[in-house]
Design a binder for this molecule. Sequence first.
Ligand SMILES: Nc1ncnc2c1ncn2[C@@H]1O[C@H](COP(=O)(O)OP(=O)(O)OP(=O)(O)O)[C@@H](O)[C@H]1O
Ligand SMILES: N[C@@H](CCO)C(=O)O
Length: 342
Amino acid sequence: MALVLPVSVTVLTPATSANLGPGFDSLGLALQIYNRFEVEEWGSDPDHPHIEVLGALGEGLSTGPDNMFFQTFVLLLKRLQVPIPSVRIRMTINIPHGCGLGSSATAVVGGLMAANEWVRTLGLAVPKEELLEMAVEAEAGNHPDNVAPALLGGLVATTHVEGKIHAIKTKFPNSLRAVIFTPSFPMDTVAGRKLLPANYPKADVTFNTGRVALLLTALQTGSYELIGEAMQDRLHQPYRQVLFPAMPDIIKAAVAAGAHGACLSGGGSSLIALASSHFHDILRAMQNTARAAGVEGTGMILRADQNGARVLNTPRSRIRKEVSARYGDQFYWSPARPGSGR
Ligand SMILES: Nc1ncnc2c1ncn2[C@@H]1O[C@H](COP(=O)(O)OP(=O)(O)OP(=O)(O)O)[C@@H](O)[C@H]1O
Ligand SMILES: N[C@@H](CCO)C(=O)O
């Protein structure tokens, strides 16, 4: 009897909306829409994975060894000194990339989760906290507010403390939905960050600290009438607006149609409105206002994801079939099931 590594692993990773207005680089929310990554042993060249991208939203993503999912899959295996397998990767892309919904975070977190599962049978799997450090490093290293909620789910407050990432997750209220408007143009996060000043007036900093405090307390206590004011920001949105001049009008339209508040999602270009009702009216108002300004776009009404990235169980029968085909029956091992007599 021998223990074999899994021959396939599937991971689902949620979209995320970072900042939520004033929580620049420190607040993020996981949403119930997912990219799916499936990895299986395949071929004989570990340096050149076979990568398939399913879904029109995946257009433009790399299918070469520089693919971000593959890079982070390999990163963890190398850290754990596990030989890199030759693999086929199937990515089912449901989240638009470059649109402030944390697409690259799904790839980074997905790659780490898949590698972690890959080594679980060897007893080498590491806790999620260690994956978080690596995920932040892989995602440009300076803002954990997409990877942390992608990994943990819910509403996450996160920051660096003396070189270490701290992240605290709380449940996001189930009564609220995120109404997302995604314009047809992307916004480059790196380019957008270059527009931000090196220093801020004290009044702008205290404006934001007050609103982060208000936002978290309003969500915790159900004081949703405060959310509109609490989602205001002076640290990044006003500077990014040059890339998306219609943004303030679309935000106003969302609130006028019944949203508690709205803001830019991450580095844009999506906008996120939080609401308890009138979801379709809010989306329609956002789309109509955008269209009047010459901006087309798509919409989604989403609940919060409370659990974060997860490994989907590969059916036992399929694993058995694959392992038997590859190594013969004597190499298959499975834990005894209660009542099976084994
Ligand atoms: N789903 C994905 N799978 C693999 N690589 C991805 C994925 N999404 C983005 N990337 C890669 O991440 C890098 C940054 O992408 P991009 O600027 O589009 O970021 P993004 O995460 O989609 O943006 P945002 O955080 O605003 O949602 C690019 O190299 C891109 O190819
Ligand atoms: N906090 C980051 C998120 C990027 O999605 C930013 O605003 O640049």
